[in-house]
Write a protein that binds this ligand. Structure first.
Ligand code: PEP
Length: 256
């Protein structure tokens, strides 16, 4: 059975005090309004993780994730944070390969392959992001782009490790732009990802894989996107910074 998930990516937003307040508001709304078994993950900036982890209560629906980590276990990498540190602070997930990391920090597929290895070794589940640019969508190379991002960064993994991944399809042209992929466009790629995984591993692994859509998802368009058979939830940027919007998106998964 594949798991439905909504994950919020706060990016570089929210001071610690504001972050704690937002997290507690989300937590309260979830308790009052959400009964489904969808997973809910919040990925705040690194410095928030341990404080937010301490506020979690047993049976809480919320889990914590990070937005990135270094590919080495430890060492002389000033300013970086390792996967083992994230695990020790309370992160159960980490976003790997977000398009902003690829674009602004020059992260390439081979770097991401190493990150996936170290994250899995530390017992954290990666939310692995893939997606094409507008140029690649327009020139028709987007299927090839998706295939190479997946195969170069993740297809070296053994089946048992690959099965721990959450994949996020995030067309770069839809991130933070207000342009959402249509449900049909998103479904086409999600289904293609499942086909690639079935070819590389097997059909049952492909069927069980959680594949999230990300890119200007909001309370208005979430239901239509989540209604697609191969869309198992969302990775949410801007709308995850407002508790009401984020929880309404989570509620859209109740109908799935
Ligand atoms: C993201 O950054 O992962 C994202 C989906 O952002 P937004 O929802 O703001 O487009």
């Amino acid at each position: 059975m594949r798991k439905s998930i909504v994950a919020g990516n706060w990016k570089m937003n929210m001071g610690l005090k504001e972050g704690i307040a937002l997290f507690s508001e989300i937590s309260e709304l979830l308790k009052e309004e959400v009964n489904g078994d969808q997973g809910v993950i919040v990925c705040p900036p690194f410095i928030h993780i341990s404080s937010l982890a301490q506020s979690l209560e047993s049976g809480d629906k919320l889990q914590l994730g990070a937005q990135n980590c270094h590919q080495s276990d430890s060492g002389a990498f000033t300013g970086e944070v390792s996967a083992s540190m994230l695990a020790s602070a309370g992160a159960a997930y980490v976003i790997i390969g977000h398009s902003e990391r690829r674009l602004y920090f020059s992260e390439l597929n081979p770097d991401l392959a190493k990150k996936l290895d170290v994250v899995l070794k530390n017992g954290i589940a990666p939310i692995f992001c893939i997606g094409e640019t507008l140029e690649q969508r327009n020139d028709g190379s987007y299927f090839e782009v998706i295939k190479s991002q997946l195969s170069e960064a993740a297809f070296h993994l053994a089946e048992a490790d690959f099965s721990k991944l959450v994949i996020a399809y995030e067309p770069v042209w839809a991130i933070g732009t207000g342009l959402t992929a249509s449900p049909e466009q998103a479904q086409e790629i999600h289904s293609y990802i499942r086909t690639l995984v079935a070819e590389k591993y097997n059909q049952s692994l492909a069927n069980d894989l959680t594949i999230l859509y990300g890119g200007s998802c909001n309370p208005k368009n979430a239901s239509e996107l989540f209604a697609q058979p191969d869309i198992d939830g969302g990775l949410i940027g801007g709308a995850s910074l407002k508790a009401r919007d984020f929880v309404d998106i989570i509620k859209a998964l109740d109908q799935k």
